[in-house]
Write a protein of this length. Structure first.
Length: 434
Protein backbone atom coordinates (compact mmCIF):
# COMPACT_ATOMS: atom_id res chain seq x y z
CA UNK A 1 0.00 0.00 0.00
CA UNK A 2 1.13 3.58 -0.49
CA UNK A 3 2.73 5.10 2.61
CA UNK A 4 -0.12 7.63 2.85
CA UNK A 5 -2.90 5.00 2.87
CA UNK A 6 -5.27 5.41 5.84
CA UNK A 7 -8.76 4.31 6.77
CA UNK A 8 -11.09 7.19 7.65
CA UNK A 9 -13.60 7.19 10.50
CA UNK A 10 -16.22 6.39 7.90
CA UNK A 11 -14.30 3.17 7.00
CA UNK A 12 -13.10 4.59 3.66
CA UNK A 13 -9.59 4.28 2.21
CA UNK A 14 -7.82 7.62 1.93
CA UNK A 15 -4.70 8.21 -0.15
CA UNK A 16 -2.50 11.28 0.24
CA UNK A 17 -5.13 12.59 2.66
CA UNK A 18 -7.91 12.36 0.06
CA UNK A 19 -10.90 10.02 0.32
CA UNK A 20 -11.05 7.43 -2.45
CA UNK A 21 -14.83 7.98 -2.53
CA UNK A 22 -14.20 11.63 -3.36
CA UNK A 23 -11.52 10.73 -5.93
CA UNK A 24 -13.84 8.23 -7.64
CA UNK A 25 -16.68 10.78 -7.63
CA UNK A 26 -14.60 13.72 -8.87
CA UNK A 27 -12.42 11.98 -11.46
CA UNK A 28 -14.55 8.94 -12.37
CA UNK A 29 -13.57 5.29 -12.52
CA UNK A 30 -11.49 3.48 -13.52
CA UNK A 31 -8.91 5.80 -12.03
CA UNK A 32 -5.16 5.52 -11.59
CA UNK A 33 -3.95 7.27 -8.45
CA UNK A 34 -0.28 7.98 -7.70
CA UNK A 35 0.87 8.84 -4.18
CA UNK A 36 3.74 11.34 -4.26
CA UNK A 37 4.87 10.57 -0.70
CA UNK A 38 5.42 6.92 -1.63
CA UNK A 39 7.57 7.82 -4.64
CA UNK A 40 9.57 10.26 -2.52
CA UNK A 41 10.03 7.72 0.27
CA UNK A 42 11.23 5.09 -2.22
CA UNK A 43 13.64 7.59 -3.77
CA UNK A 44 15.10 8.45 -0.36
CA UNK A 45 15.68 4.76 0.42
CA UNK A 46 17.33 4.11 -2.94
CA UNK A 47 19.59 7.14 -2.50
CA UNK A 48 20.42 6.25 1.13
CA UNK A 49 21.95 2.90 0.13
CA UNK A 50 24.11 4.56 -2.51
CA UNK A 51 25.13 7.55 -0.44
CA UNK A 52 28.43 6.14 0.75
CA UNK A 53 29.56 4.62 -2.54
CA UNK A 54 33.04 6.12 -2.75
CA UNK A 55 33.13 6.82 -6.49
CA UNK A 56 29.69 8.44 -6.71
CA UNK A 57 26.41 6.84 -7.72
CA UNK A 58 23.39 8.15 -9.61
CA UNK A 59 19.98 6.49 -9.55
CA UNK A 60 18.19 6.88 -12.88
CA UNK A 61 14.47 6.25 -13.11
CA UNK A 62 13.47 3.80 -15.87
CA UNK A 63 10.69 5.84 -17.43
CA UNK A 64 9.06 2.86 -19.12
CA UNK A 65 7.47 1.97 -15.78
CA UNK A 66 5.33 5.14 -15.78
CA UNK A 67 6.05 8.36 -17.63
CA UNK A 68 4.25 11.63 -18.24
CA UNK A 69 5.46 15.22 -17.96
CA UNK A 70 4.44 15.53 -14.30
CA UNK A 71 6.42 12.39 -13.49
CA UNK A 72 9.44 13.87 -15.29
CA UNK A 73 9.12 16.99 -13.09
CA UNK A 74 9.04 14.78 -10.00
CA UNK A 75 12.05 12.72 -11.12
CA UNK A 76 13.96 15.96 -11.64
CA UNK A 77 12.98 17.14 -8.17
CA UNK A 78 14.26 13.85 -6.71
CA UNK A 79 17.64 14.45 -8.33
CA UNK A 80 17.47 11.22 -10.31
CA UNK A 81 18.61 10.71 -13.89
CA UNK A 82 16.15 9.33 -16.44
CA UNK A 83 16.21 6.32 -18.77
CA UNK A 84 14.26 6.61 -21.99
CA UNK A 85 13.63 4.07 -24.76
CA UNK A 86 11.67 5.87 -27.46
CA UNK A 87 11.11 9.16 -29.22
CA UNK A 88 7.94 9.54 -27.16
CA UNK A 89 9.81 9.20 -23.89
CA UNK A 90 12.56 11.58 -25.10
CA UNK A 91 9.97 14.18 -26.13
CA UNK A 92 8.21 13.78 -22.77
CA UNK A 93 11.47 14.48 -20.93
CA UNK A 94 12.22 17.48 -23.16
CA UNK A 95 8.68 18.85 -22.88
CA UNK A 96 9.01 18.79 -19.09
CA UNK A 97 12.41 20.48 -19.37
CA UNK A 98 14.28 17.67 -17.60
CA UNK A 99 17.60 18.94 -16.27
CA UNK A 100 19.37 15.74 -15.21
CA UNK A 101 21.20 13.06 -17.19
CA UNK A 102 19.17 11.16 -19.76
CA UNK A 103 20.19 7.71 -20.98
CA UNK A 104 18.81 6.40 -24.28
CA UNK A 105 18.21 2.63 -24.31
CA UNK A 106 16.72 0.22 -26.82
CA UNK A 107 17.70 -2.77 -28.95
CA UNK A 108 16.50 -1.13 -32.18
CA UNK A 109 16.96 2.61 -31.87
CA UNK A 110 15.74 4.68 -34.80
CA UNK A 111 17.93 7.26 -36.53
CA UNK A 112 15.52 9.88 -35.25
CA UNK A 113 16.08 8.77 -31.65
CA UNK A 114 19.85 8.70 -32.07
CA UNK A 115 19.79 12.12 -33.75
CA UNK A 116 17.82 13.50 -30.79
CA UNK A 117 20.43 11.98 -28.48
CA UNK A 118 23.22 13.75 -30.35
CA UNK A 119 21.28 17.03 -30.46
CA UNK A 120 20.27 17.06 -26.80
CA UNK A 121 23.41 15.50 -25.35
CA UNK A 122 21.78 12.30 -24.14
CA UNK A 123 23.99 9.41 -23.12
CA UNK A 124 23.54 6.39 -25.35
CA UNK A 125 23.39 2.84 -24.02
CA UNK A 126 24.47 0.97 -27.14
CA UNK A 127 22.84 -2.41 -27.54
CA UNK A 128 24.88 -3.49 -30.56
CA UNK A 129 27.65 -2.41 -32.91
CA UNK A 130 25.16 -0.99 -35.43
CA UNK A 131 23.92 1.52 -32.84
CA UNK A 132 27.46 2.82 -32.65
CA UNK A 133 28.00 2.96 -36.38
CA UNK A 134 24.77 4.93 -36.87
CA UNK A 135 25.76 7.23 -34.04
CA UNK A 136 29.10 7.99 -35.67
CA UNK A 137 27.40 8.68 -39.02
CA UNK A 138 24.87 10.99 -37.39
CA UNK A 139 27.62 12.87 -35.59
CA UNK A 140 29.38 13.55 -38.85
CA UNK A 141 26.23 15.32 -40.08
CA UNK A 142 26.02 17.72 -37.13
CA UNK A 143 27.99 20.70 -35.90
CA UNK A 144 28.59 18.97 -32.60
CA UNK A 145 32.26 18.71 -31.71
CA UNK A 146 32.05 16.97 -28.35
CA UNK A 147 31.66 13.17 -28.31
CA UNK A 148 28.52 11.35 -27.18
CA UNK A 149 28.96 9.46 -23.95
CA UNK A 150 28.30 5.78 -24.51
CA UNK A 151 27.70 2.74 -22.36
CA UNK A 152 27.81 -0.73 -23.89
CA UNK A 153 25.05 -3.07 -22.81
CA UNK A 154 26.35 -6.59 -22.37
CA UNK A 155 24.67 -9.98 -22.10
CA UNK A 156 26.05 -11.10 -18.74
CA UNK A 157 24.70 -14.66 -18.98
CA UNK A 158 22.65 -14.52 -15.79
CA UNK A 159 19.27 -16.23 -15.72
CA UNK A 160 17.07 -14.32 -13.27
CA UNK A 161 14.35 -16.23 -11.42
CA UNK A 162 11.34 -14.31 -12.78
CA UNK A 163 8.68 -14.56 -15.50
CA UNK A 164 10.29 -15.58 -18.82
CA UNK A 165 9.00 -12.45 -20.56
CA UNK A 166 10.92 -10.13 -18.26
CA UNK A 167 14.30 -11.90 -18.09
CA UNK A 168 16.96 -9.99 -19.96
CA UNK A 169 20.37 -11.18 -18.80
CA UNK A 170 20.31 -14.79 -20.05
CA UNK A 171 22.57 -16.02 -22.84
CA UNK A 172 19.90 -15.86 -25.54
CA UNK A 173 18.58 -12.39 -24.60
CA UNK A 174 17.70 -10.05 -27.47
CA UNK A 175 19.26 -7.20 -25.48
CA UNK A 176 22.96 -6.49 -25.40
CA UNK A 177 26.29 -7.48 -26.82
CA UNK A 178 27.48 -11.08 -26.34
CA UNK A 179 30.71 -11.19 -24.35
CA UNK A 180 32.42 -12.93 -27.29
CA UNK A 181 31.95 -9.74 -29.39
CA UNK A 182 32.71 -7.21 -26.70
CA UNK A 183 36.40 -6.66 -27.40
CA UNK A 184 35.71 -5.77 -31.04
CA UNK A 185 33.02 -3.31 -29.99
CA UNK A 186 35.26 -1.70 -27.38
CA UNK A 187 38.04 -1.38 -29.96
CA UNK A 188 35.60 0.34 -32.31
CA UNK A 189 34.51 2.79 -29.61
CA UNK A 190 38.07 3.66 -28.71
CA UNK A 191 38.91 4.34 -32.36
CA UNK A 192 36.04 6.78 -32.95
CA UNK A 193 36.43 10.38 -31.82
CA UNK A 194 32.69 11.03 -31.70
CA UNK A 195 32.30 8.34 -29.03
CA UNK A 196 33.42 8.64 -25.45
CA UNK A 197 33.27 5.16 -23.94
CA UNK A 198 32.06 5.51 -20.35
CA UNK A 199 31.63 1.89 -19.42
CA UNK A 200 29.33 -1.09 -19.51
CA UNK A 201 25.69 -1.70 -18.68
CA UNK A 202 23.59 -4.75 -17.86
CA UNK A 203 19.99 -5.19 -16.85
CA UNK A 204 19.31 -8.77 -15.82
CA UNK A 205 15.53 -8.60 -15.67
CA UNK A 206 12.61 -7.39 -13.66
CA UNK A 207 10.70 -8.22 -10.44
CA UNK A 208 13.83 -9.75 -8.81
CA UNK A 209 13.21 -10.95 -5.26
CA UNK A 210 16.79 -11.89 -4.50
CA UNK A 211 20.07 -9.97 -4.09
CA UNK A 212 22.38 -12.67 -5.37
CA UNK A 213 21.95 -12.09 -9.12
CA UNK A 214 23.01 -8.46 -8.63
CA UNK A 215 26.13 -9.63 -6.82
CA UNK A 216 26.83 -12.15 -9.56
CA UNK A 217 26.58 -9.54 -12.28
CA UNK A 218 29.03 -7.30 -10.43
CA UNK A 219 31.55 -10.18 -10.43
CA UNK A 220 31.04 -10.55 -14.20
CA UNK A 221 31.62 -6.81 -14.63
CA UNK A 222 34.72 -6.77 -12.44
CA UNK A 223 36.31 -9.54 -14.53
CA UNK A 224 35.57 -7.65 -17.72
CA UNK A 225 36.81 -4.29 -16.37
CA UNK A 226 40.06 -5.98 -15.36
CA UNK A 227 40.50 -7.55 -18.77
CA UNK A 228 39.66 -4.31 -20.59
CA UNK A 229 42.19 -2.34 -18.59
CA UNK A 230 44.91 -4.88 -19.43
CA UNK A 231 44.03 -5.37 -23.09
CA UNK A 232 43.30 -1.76 -24.02
CA UNK A 233 45.17 0.12 -21.27
CA UNK A 234 41.85 1.87 -20.78
CA UNK A 235 40.11 2.23 -17.45
CA UNK A 236 36.35 2.22 -17.88
CA UNK A 237 35.19 5.07 -15.66
CA UNK A 238 31.52 4.13 -15.19
CA UNK A 239 29.25 1.13 -14.68
CA UNK A 240 25.46 0.76 -14.86
CA UNK A 241 23.92 -2.16 -13.05
CA UNK A 242 20.37 -1.79 -14.43
CA UNK A 243 17.15 -1.99 -12.45
CA UNK A 244 14.88 -4.86 -11.65
CA UNK A 245 14.15 -4.96 -7.93
CA UNK A 246 10.76 -6.53 -7.26
CA UNK A 247 7.89 -5.21 -5.15
CA UNK A 248 5.06 -6.85 -3.18
CA UNK A 249 1.84 -7.42 -5.09
CA UNK A 250 0.34 -9.94 -2.66
CA UNK A 251 0.99 -10.74 1.02
CA UNK A 252 3.24 -13.70 0.18
CA UNK A 253 5.67 -11.51 -1.83
CA UNK A 254 8.67 -10.63 0.35
CA UNK A 255 10.72 -8.08 -1.57
CA UNK A 256 14.15 -6.82 -0.56
CA UNK A 257 14.07 -3.37 1.08
CA UNK A 258 15.21 -0.67 -1.33
CA UNK A 259 18.01 0.62 0.86
CA UNK A 260 19.31 -2.92 1.37
CA UNK A 261 19.34 -3.43 -2.39
CA UNK A 262 21.38 -0.32 -3.15
CA UNK A 263 23.65 -0.74 -0.11
CA UNK A 264 24.39 -4.35 -1.13
CA UNK A 265 25.23 -3.24 -4.68
CA UNK A 266 27.44 -0.47 -3.36
CA UNK A 267 29.29 -2.78 -0.93
CA UNK A 268 29.67 -5.52 -3.52
CA UNK A 269 31.19 -3.04 -5.97
CA UNK A 270 33.84 -2.08 -3.43
CA UNK A 271 34.56 -5.72 -2.61
CA UNK A 272 34.68 -7.02 -6.21
CA UNK A 273 36.58 -4.11 -7.76
CA UNK A 274 38.79 -2.68 -5.05
CA UNK A 275 39.34 -5.37 -2.44
CA UNK A 276 39.40 -8.51 -4.60
CA UNK A 277 41.01 -7.20 -7.79
CA UNK A 278 42.67 -3.93 -6.82
CA UNK A 279 40.84 -2.10 -9.60
CA UNK A 280 39.85 1.57 -9.51
CA UNK A 281 36.19 1.97 -8.64
CA UNK A 282 34.00 3.17 -11.50
CA UNK A 283 31.22 5.63 -10.82
CA UNK A 284 27.89 3.84 -10.70
CA UNK A 285 24.36 4.19 -11.97
CA UNK A 286 21.30 2.05 -11.33
CA UNK A 287 17.93 2.09 -13.07
CA UNK A 288 14.97 1.35 -10.84
CA UNK A 289 11.56 1.53 -12.48
CA UNK A 290 9.00 -0.63 -10.73
CA UNK A 291 10.34 -0.18 -7.19
CA UNK A 292 10.18 3.62 -7.44
CA UNK A 293 6.58 3.91 -8.60
CA UNK A 294 4.89 0.50 -8.30
CA UNK A 295 3.62 0.72 -4.72
CA UNK A 296 2.66 4.38 -5.17
CA UNK A 297 -0.11 3.42 -7.59
CA UNK A 298 -3.66 2.36 -6.74
CA UNK A 299 -6.39 1.73 -9.30
CA UNK A 300 -10.01 2.41 -8.39
CA UNK A 301 -12.85 0.62 -10.13
CA UNK A 302 -16.59 0.69 -9.59
CA UNK A 303 -18.35 -2.65 -9.02
CA UNK A 304 -20.92 -3.43 -11.71
CA UNK A 305 -22.60 -6.77 -12.28
CA UNK A 306 -22.13 -9.60 -9.81
CA UNK A 307 -22.79 -13.12 -11.02
CA UNK A 308 -22.91 -16.30 -8.97
CA UNK A 309 -22.40 -19.60 -10.78
CA UNK A 310 -22.32 -22.95 -9.04
CA UNK A 311 -18.53 -23.14 -9.22
CA UNK A 312 -17.44 -19.49 -9.15
CA UNK A 313 -18.62 -15.98 -8.27
CA UNK A 314 -17.79 -13.16 -10.69
CA UNK A 315 -17.59 -9.52 -9.68
CA UNK A 316 -17.27 -7.29 -12.75
CA UNK A 317 -15.62 -3.89 -12.61
CA UNK A 318 -15.58 -1.02 -15.09
CA UNK A 319 -11.95 -1.50 -16.19
CA UNK A 320 -9.65 -4.47 -16.64
CA UNK A 321 -7.04 -5.70 -19.08
CA UNK A 322 -6.90 -2.43 -21.05
CA UNK A 323 -5.79 -0.41 -17.99
CA UNK A 324 -3.90 -3.31 -16.39
CA UNK A 325 -2.62 -5.86 -18.89
CA UNK A 326 -0.22 -7.46 -16.38
CA UNK A 327 -2.47 -10.30 -15.15
CA UNK A 328 -3.25 -11.52 -18.67
CA UNK A 329 0.33 -10.96 -19.86
CA UNK A 330 2.35 -12.34 -16.96
CA UNK A 331 -0.30 -14.06 -14.80
CA UNK A 332 0.50 -11.30 -12.31
CA UNK A 333 -1.35 -11.41 -8.97
CA UNK A 334 -2.81 -8.33 -7.27
CA UNK A 335 -4.49 -7.45 -3.97
CA UNK A 336 -8.01 -6.04 -3.91
CA UNK A 337 -10.04 -4.31 -1.19
CA UNK A 338 -13.40 -2.56 -1.05
CA UNK A 339 -12.23 1.05 -0.70
CA UNK A 340 -15.50 2.36 0.73
CA UNK A 341 -15.78 -0.48 3.29
CA UNK A 342 -12.22 -1.22 4.35
CA UNK A 343 -13.34 -3.11 7.46
CA UNK A 344 -15.67 -5.75 5.98
CA UNK A 345 -18.83 -7.10 7.63
CA UNK A 346 -17.76 -10.68 8.38
CA UNK A 347 -21.18 -12.12 7.55
CA UNK A 348 -21.09 -10.53 4.07
CA UNK A 349 -17.67 -11.86 3.09
CA UNK A 350 -17.69 -13.99 -0.04
CA UNK A 351 -15.10 -15.27 -2.48
CA UNK A 352 -15.22 -13.25 -5.69
CA UNK A 353 -13.17 -13.47 -8.84
CA UNK A 354 -12.74 -9.87 -9.97
CA UNK A 355 -13.06 -9.62 -13.73
CA UNK A 356 -12.81 -6.71 -16.13
CA UNK A 357 -15.31 -5.57 -18.74
CA UNK A 358 -13.25 -6.59 -21.78
CA UNK A 359 -14.24 -9.31 -24.22
CA UNK A 360 -11.84 -12.03 -23.13
CA UNK A 361 -12.20 -14.71 -20.50
CA UNK A 362 -8.60 -14.03 -19.47
CA UNK A 363 -9.54 -10.52 -18.36
CA UNK A 364 -9.24 -11.44 -14.68
CA UNK A 365 -7.83 -8.88 -12.27
CA UNK A 366 -7.81 -10.91 -9.06
CA UNK A 367 -8.74 -14.55 -8.60
CA UNK A 368 -10.62 -15.48 -5.46
CA UNK A 369 -10.64 -12.30 -3.38
CA UNK A 370 -12.48 -12.38 -0.06
CA UNK A 371 -14.72 -9.31 -0.25
CA UNK A 372 -17.77 -7.74 1.30
CA UNK A 373 -18.90 -6.05 -1.90
CA UNK A 374 -22.05 -4.83 -3.61
CA UNK A 375 -22.76 -3.09 -6.93
CA UNK A 376 -21.66 0.55 -6.80
CA UNK A 377 -18.84 -0.12 -4.32
CA UNK A 378 -15.32 1.00 -5.13
CA UNK A 379 -12.65 -1.66 -5.55
CA UNK A 380 -9.04 -0.63 -4.92
CA UNK A 381 -6.28 -2.65 -6.57
CA UNK A 382 -2.88 -1.97 -5.04
CA UNK A 383 0.62 -1.67 -6.50
CA UNK A 384 -0.51 -0.61 -9.96
CA UNK A 385 1.93 2.29 -10.31
CA UNK A 386 4.37 0.50 -12.61
CA UNK A 387 3.64 -0.93 -16.07
CA UNK A 388 -0.10 -0.25 -15.88
CA UNK A 389 -0.61 3.19 -17.43
CA UNK A 390 2.51 2.65 -19.55
CA UNK A 391 1.20 -0.63 -20.98
CA UNK A 392 -2.47 0.34 -21.21
CA UNK A 393 -4.40 0.02 -24.46
CA UNK A 394 -7.65 1.11 -26.07
CA UNK A 395 -8.88 -2.49 -26.38
CA UNK A 396 -12.57 -2.70 -27.24
CA UNK A 397 -12.16 0.96 -28.21
CA UNK A 398 -12.34 2.14 -24.65
CA UNK A 399 -10.75 5.42 -23.57
CA UNK A 400 -7.83 5.31 -21.14
CA UNK A 401 -8.71 6.54 -17.63
CA UNK A 402 -7.31 9.58 -15.84
CA UNK A 403 -4.26 9.50 -13.60
CA UNK A 404 -4.28 11.66 -10.48
CA UNK A 405 -1.43 12.64 -8.17
CA UNK A 406 -2.30 12.89 -4.47
CA UNK A 407 -0.33 14.61 -1.72
CA UNK A 408 -1.17 16.31 1.59
CA UNK A 409 -4.90 16.42 0.99
CA UNK A 410 -4.55 17.62 -2.62
CA UNK A 411 -5.44 15.71 -5.76
CA UNK A 412 -4.74 16.91 -9.29
CA UNK A 413 -4.56 15.31 -12.71
CA UNK A 414 -1.23 14.08 -14.02
CA UNK A 415 -2.92 12.66 -17.11
CA UNK A 416 -6.39 13.68 -18.24
CA UNK A 417 -8.82 10.92 -19.18
CA UNK A 418 -9.14 10.11 -22.86
CA UNK A 419 -12.50 10.63 -24.48
CA UNK A 420 -14.19 8.96 -27.43
CA UNK A 421 -13.24 12.09 -29.39
CA UNK A 422 -9.59 11.20 -28.79
CA UNK A 423 -10.27 7.73 -30.14
CA UNK A 424 -11.94 9.12 -33.27
CA UNK A 425 -9.39 11.89 -33.83
CA UNK A 426 -6.94 9.73 -35.78
CA UNK A 427 -9.50 7.81 -37.80
CA UNK A 428 -9.57 8.42 -41.56
CA UNK A 429 -11.96 7.01 -44.11
CA UNK A 430 -10.19 6.03 -47.38
CA UNK A 431 -11.80 7.79 -50.36
CA UNK A 432 -13.30 4.61 -51.83
CA UNK A 433 -15.26 4.01 -48.64
CA UNK A 434 -16.74 7.47 -48.42
N1 LIG B 1 16.70 -0.80 -17.17
C1 LIG B 1 16.42 -1.44 -18.33
C2 LIG B 1 17.41 -1.46 -19.39
C3 LIG B 1 15.18 -2.09 -18.47
O1 LIG B 1 14.91 -2.72 -19.61
C4 LIG B 1 14.24 -2.04 -17.43
C5 LIG B 1 12.93 -2.69 -17.56
C6 LIG B 1 14.57 -1.33 -16.27
C7 LIG B 1 15.82 -0.73 -16.17
C8 LIG B 1 13.63 -1.18 -15.12
O2 LIG B 1 13.31 -2.40 -14.56
P1 LIG B 1 12.42 -2.43 -13.23
O3 LIG B 1 13.21 -1.76 -12.15
O4 LIG B 1 11.18 -1.70 -13.52
O5 LIG B 1 12.19 -3.88 -13.01
N2 LIG B 1 6.34 -4.84 -18.35
C9 LIG B 1 6.98 -5.74 -17.39
C10 LIG B 1 8.33 -5.22 -16.95
C11 LIG B 1 9.25 -4.99 -18.13
C12 LIG B 1 10.57 -4.41 -17.71
C13 LIG B 1 11.32 -3.91 -18.90
N3 LIG B 1 12.59 -3.34 -18.59
C14 LIG B 1 6.06 -5.94 -16.19
O6 LIG B 1 4.98 -5.35 -16.16
O7 LIG B 1 6.39 -6.69 -15.30
Amino acid sequence: MPVSARVSKGNVLTLGGVSTEVLARDFGTPLWIMCQDTIEAAAREIAAGLQHYPAGALPCYAGKAFLCTAMVRLVDKLGFGLDVVSKGEIETALAANFKGSIYLHGNNKTDEELALAVKHNLKVVADNQQDLERLVQLHSKTERTTPTEVLLRIIPGIDLDTHDHIKTGHDTSKFGIPLSQLNDTIAYCLSEKSIKLMGLHAHIGSQAMDLEPFQQVIEVFADIYEEVSKRFSYVLPHLDIGGGLGIAYVASDKPIALEEWTRTISNKMVEAFQEKRGLPLPSLSIEPGRCLVGTAGVTLYRVGRMKQLEQINYLSVDGGMADNPRPITYQAAYTAMVANRMEPREEHLKTWTIVGRYCESGDIIVEEAQLDAAPGDIIAIFATGAYNYSMASNYNRTARPACVLVKDGHSELMIAPETEEDLLRLDRIPSWLK
